[in-house]
Design a protein around this ligand. Structure first.
Ligand SMILES: Cc1cc2nc3c(=O)[nH]c(=O)nc-3n(C[C@H](O)[C@H](O)[C@H](O)COP(=O)(O)OP(=O)(O)OC[C@H]3O[C@@H](n4cnc5c(N)ncnc54)[C@H](O)[C@@H]3O)c2cc1C
Length: 430
């Protein structure tokens, strides 16, 4: 049972969202004289950096998901509720959820981001997003469904649109996904689908600017593009999507590609419950915070991670939407809350320590930037694997992931090729 404000002996900190940021706040508050109540619409934490491996069948969904209650089983001051938070009532310091209302003394909004289709409703209707485990599983099913459909079509021109796979967005998600789908083409197609030939399948990566991996160094961008080419991925730069009707994707340069599969990795926007006034919301639907991660004008309310925008002269567009930002902000906020409870001032503003960026392209190639230091190829891939293995939650998940990667490395042929839930995409009009 959860007690009301007047009945509690410790202050209650509500965290909305059990992603990278929210989990870190809760962990850092272990053994403190507070009540931590984490609310999430899912009962698990998702390790999003490996989501593309679920979408392409290298990993099962339970390798990248970890039950939140299990994660905190030894934390006595921790409570969890499975619910959708609908509204924040700052006057009464309450959150209104799908299972009832909870009052808070401190509130941390760590609700992350969702896919941004930039208002293009047609694209939103037919393209596949990849922001949740469910969406990643949809992609897995849909890619396999389209290969099955292609087999049924005798005419090469007819099968073309089932065998063209288009990924929009040349950031790490798009690059990693393109590489992984290209490997399906190289190592799985011939074995599982002898009716189809390898050269019939095409993987396209569409990027609106003049380079992929725009947030990484010039060298990483160039190397990644070369690796994609070696895998057979056709990268179209300076190309913007103007429409997708479920059968054909069209671009601003007048070109088009017949395709049944468009995967959208071109943008995200913050998501949060009602109750935040629009003047506190920045570009990309992110909540503006001050240097101490607090939502201005909302006492005791913090916003961290992908949903937040900490804008300074040095970071006019806010901090990058990556896991380390959310985690470091989570730790900072936990300390800030404890200082506030203990009437201690927090002198320093939050500063982000950027350890570097990386992306993998296929089975044994990656690019890594750490400050001015750049790595590529196999060594970078080993580094990428190591960093992801140590970061993923749970001993079992680490072991299962490692075993899967080893089998894939040795056989080139691992993969979960199951259509458990058929994905029923809306049918195009024509
Ligand atoms: C495919 C993909 C690949 C990525 N790869 C990398 C990478 O390689 N490296 C990297 O650093 N970053 C990567 N990122 C970005 C990284 O995952 C995010 O920056 C990070 O997850 C942000 O953490 P967060 O805590 O802000 O939000 P999230 O981790 O997204 O967590 C938000 C949580 O809030 C919950 N929630 C949202 N709204 C509500 C509500 N109203 N009620 C209840 N619960 C709610 C959600 O269920 C979710 O659990 C990737 C992201 C994606 C999608």
């Amino acid at each position: 049972m959860l007690l009301n404000r007047s009945e509690r002996s410790f202050p209650r900190i509500i965290i909305i969202g059990g992603g990278f940021g929210g989990v870190e706040v809760a962990r850092k508050l272990k053994d403190k004289d507070v009540e931590v109540l984490l609310i999430d619409r899912n009962n698990f934490h998702t390790f999003q950096p490996l989501m593309y491996q679920v979408a392409t069948g290298t990993l099962a969904e339970d390798s990248i998901s970890f039950p939140i209650r299990k994660m905190f089983k030894s934390q006595m001051n921790f409570k969890f509720r499975l619910a959708e938070v609908q509204r924040i009532d700052r006057e009464n310091k309450e959150v209104i959820t799908s299972i009832g209302t909870f009052d808070y003394d401190y509130l941390v909004i760590a609700t992350g981001a969702t896919t941004n289709f930039f208002g293009n409703e047609e694209v939103e209707k037919y393209a596949l997003p990849m922001k949740s485990v469910k969406e990643a599983l949809n992609i897995r099913s849909y890619v396999l469904q389209n290969l099955e459909e292609a087999v049924l079509r005798k005419n090469i021109a007819d099968r073309e649109r089932y065998l063209n796979f288009v990924i929009v967005g040349g950031g790490p998600t798009g690059v990693e996904l393109s590489g992984a789908i290209a490997e399906i083409q190289l190592h799985m197609l011939k074995k599982d689908y002898p009716e189809l030939t390898e050269h019939e399948m095409n993987v396209y990566l569409i990027e609106g600017t003049d380079k992929i991996l725009g947030a990484l160094s010039e060298k990483s961008s160039r190397d990644a593009q070369r690796y994609l080419k070696e895998l057979g991925v056709k990268t179209l730069l300076n190309t913007q999507v103007t429409g997708y009707d479920g059968n054909t994707i069209s671009f601003n340069n007048g070109q088009s590609i017949p395709t049944k599969t468009v995967i959208w990795g071109a943008g995200v926007k913050g998501q949060f419950p009602d109750g935040i006034e629009s003047e506190r919301v920045e570009r990309g639907n992110r909540i503006r915070t001050n240097g101490q991660c607090q939502v201005e004008g909302m006492e005791g309310v913090y916003a961290i991670g992908d949903v937040s925008a900490y804008i300074t002269e040095g970071t006019p567009r806010g901090l990058p939407g990556v896991a380390p930002v959310a985690q470091q902000q989570g730790r900072y906020v936990a300390q800030h809350i404890m200082n506030s409870i203990n009437d201690k001032p927090t002198e320093e503003d939050f500063t982000y320590f950027d350890k570097g960026s990386m992306a993998t392209i296929g089975r044994n190639r990656a690019v890594v930037d750490m400050g001015k230091f750049h790595m590529k190829g196999f060594i970078a891939w080993l580094t990428w694997m190591f960093v992801h293995l140590v970061s993923i939650f749970g001993f079992r998940n680490k072991v299962v992931t490692f075993v899967n990667w080893t089998i894939k490395f040795l056989t080139k042929n691992s993969g979960i090729r199951l259509i458990i839930n058929k994905y029923n995409r809306p049918q195009p009009v024509k």
